[in-house]
Design a binder for this molecule. Sequence first.
Ligand SMILES: Cc1cc2nc3c(=O)[nH]c(=O)nc-3n(C[C@H](O)[C@H](O)[C@H](O)COP(=O)(O)OP(=O)(O)OC[C@H]3O[C@@H](n4cnc5c(N)ncnc54)[C@H](O)[C@@H]3O)c2cc1C
Length: 392
Amino acid sequence: MNTAGTSFSYRPGVTATADVLVVGAGLAGLHVATLLARQGHDVLLAERRSSLGHAIRTTGIFVRKTLDDFPLPPEHLGPPIRRVVLYPPGLRRPVSLVSDRDEYRVGDMAPLYAAAADVAADAGVRIALGTSYAGRQGDTFRLVGREGPASVRARFVVGADGARSRVARDLSLDLNHHVLVGAEEVFGLPGNDDGEPPTFHCVLDPSLAPGYLAWVVNDGQHAHVGIAGYADRYPQGLRAALQRFSASAPGLAGVDRPEVVERRGGPIPVGGMLRRVSCADGLLVGDAAGAVSPLTAGGLDPCLRLSELAATVLDEALRAGNPEEVLAGYDGAALRAHFRGRLMMRRGLAQVRTPAMASAAFTLLRTRFGRAAAGRVLFGDRSFPAPVHEFT
Ligand SMILES: Cc1cc2nc3c(=O)[nH]c(=O)nc-3n(C[C@H](O)[C@H](O)[C@H](O)COP(=O)(O)OP(=O)(O)OC[C@H]3O[C@@H](n4cnc5c(N)ncnc54)[C@H](O)[C@@H]3O)c2cc1C
């Protein structure tokens, strides 16, 4: 990562200043920080991890709309995936769907985050890795890093600090309450051209993934084996369920698994966009704002799109004489309205509580109507609503 020119180190006891303090260098924080710096603002980005390649919390599946609309570095994206196979409990008689377009690509997330940090640094963002946001004290924000505690005075703070946002709490904004937990194993594949085409395997089995799906993504370069569901429905714990799934997961025939695999995991907010995501002192983006599809649990497209709106609003707030009014226009309730259908489907998925119910759902899925409906969810053109900002 080439952040040397703009990496931030502070002197304990001295209050640093910035136009905007962004907390969290996931994709949302990196994107909003870059856009603000490109608009000429002084941006400090604080991230508690000391390396963006560690403790990754995503599989990294990017959908077609994101690939079409955002310039992600192609060298850090796996081969296109067109094929999805859906399995009932027991894995018998799966339903295979093949799109005539490239639908997904899986990001190689460690280098992809590093590349995004380089872009941010080139735009002028000062990046403080290994630096935790530790709260607010009057008009300053407290950070704790390698050199000890420090304070920052910033016009605005952006909470890009994930599903359990401390910034949201400190600004008295809405919090995520409806959350799944997910975990996966990731390993490289030797690259065998004779294997099956890049495929996304999804298993609907509430004993493994209560309220969601278990998955294997095998794009020929990497395999991701994961599960997600409601934490209180894993009596033996998430890790034991992942082990059980991993032992019989589909899509890995003939694959030699290495002894050591990368482990990823984290919370996934699926309650829909939060309503109150801004106040006079700042705003939330990404998972902190609940910007995740309640049905598919995809958050990468929403976090990029919402970050664009956030940067537009903050740019205007920094230039305008009426910042409170401008920030009030960053309204989660208006965006939430677009998720009504997906929230209803989430409620439906949450009700699939037994393997028998999941198997019954496959009876419908095997019909022409069922396949068409699944195709619309998996290969549809819908993404996070393009946020519209009315300038004040
Ligand atoms: C297992 C799993 C698999 C997933 N797979 C997919 C997928 O394939 N496709 C998809 O579209 N979505 C997926 N999602 C959802 C998606 O990854 C998230 O919605 C997206 O990454 C959110 O980005 P973010 O920047 O808002 O948050 P994050 O990526 O969580 O970033 C938040 C950052 O804030 C930092 N931070 C937190 N607190 C502090 C603090 N106090 N001080 C400083 N820094 C702090 C964290 O270290 C972190 O770097 C998945 C989620 C999980 C858990």
